[in-house]
Design a protein around this ligand. Structure first.
Ligand SMILES: O=C(O)CCC(=O)C(=O)O
Length: 299
């Protein structure tokens, strides 16, 4: 059973905030992490980059994002940091964040889906720092539920100058354009952004959008939430400091694995499918508490 202190309860999204999220597909939170918690997170992530692990993934799934020092001064992305580092998990898996997500999605319980540690090096023309517009749903075709939200948690003040995340307003309400989009999403994931960008632009035009993403200006300790279907991306880090963040993906507990065949005849997969336990029906169990711990249950 989770409970919040009265001081934390006032930090939750209000009824008006929930309506804003439903309309726009994104929301900027109040200060959910204290400066001391953020500073401790920076230290924990530096430990992670120096090689500290509480445990290691038993296998490396094919689409795993896993930066290693030998990759050099490119954008760093490390999936499953909540599994591999207890120090990071203890700080970023804060029930208050789960409670805020539950409010926004209007569900009672929230499980972790994934936590990715991200670091954009302070290299102004580093191409890997640019994140093309996409929706997270394209990574999660095997999830039955749309009720997945991401808390993008910068570990410092974050604005346009350091390449903050930017949202295409209301794009979570665009209807899916069909199977071809899922194939293109696969190409995007495999690194073919030109095809992908043309597809997103056409999809936006059909929905009356000119693709003008709104940069999230996020003070330290605050975070931006976006719906799994909201298109978003981010630009260059033009400062002399790294842009550090944790992308905490949170699912409704009703979410389950679904089998989905892509247009090319192959089955869609997600990294979890190599790691999590199986359901009695033999499918990957997205409620496996080792990888997808319960973050919030409304009392
Ligand atoms: O690192 C970024 O700017 C983008 C992160 C992202 O795509 C996400 O949090 O879903």
């Amino acid at each position: 059973m989770h409970t919040l202190s009265p001081a934390d309860t006032v930090l939750l999204p209000s009824g008006r905030d929930v309506a804003f999220f439903a309309e726009h597909g994104w929301f900027l939170s109040r200060k959910l992490l204290a400066d001391t918690e953020i500073d401790a997170l920076v230290a924990a992530t530096e430990g992670f980059y120096a090689g500290e692990r509480s445990r290691c993934l038993p296998v490396r799934p094919p689409q795993l994002k896993y930066w290693k020092p030998e990759h050099g001064a490119v954008k760093r992305e490390n999936d499953y940091v909540h599994y591999e580092s207890d120090a990071i998990a203890e700080l970023c898996l804060k029930p208050l964040i789960g409670a805020a997500a539950a409010r926004l999605l209007q569900v009672r319980e929230i499980r972790v889906l994934q936590a990715t540690l991200i670091y954009k090096p302070p290299v102004v023309d580093e191409p890997t720092n640019i994140v093309p517009l996409h929706s997270d749903r394209h990574y999660w075709a095997t999830s039955a539920s749309d009720n997945i939200v991401t808390a993008f948690i910068p570990l410092h003040d974050c604005g346009e100058e350091n390449g903050t995340i930017a949202m295409v307003d209301g794009s979570h309400r665009w209807p899916e354009s069909g199977v071809d989009e899922r194939v293109a999403a696969g190409q995007f994931a495999a690194g073919a952004p030109a095809t992908w960008e043309a597809l997103v632009a056409a999809h936006a035009a059909r929905n009356g959008s000119t693709l003008d993403p709104i940069p999230m200006v996020i003070p330290k300790g605050h975070m931006s939430f976006h719906h799994s279907r909201t298109y978003h991306g981010s630009g260059a880090n033009r400062t002399g400091r790294p842009r550090r963040a944790i992308s905490l993906h949170l699912q409704d507990t009703a979410n389950t694995y679904r089998e989905i065949t892509l247009a090319d005849g192959t089955l869609a997969t997600y990294n979890h499918d190599w790691l999590v336990r199986r359901t009695p029906g033999g499918h990957p169990d997205y409620a496996d508490p080792e990888y997808c711990p319960l973050l919030w249950s409304t009392p």
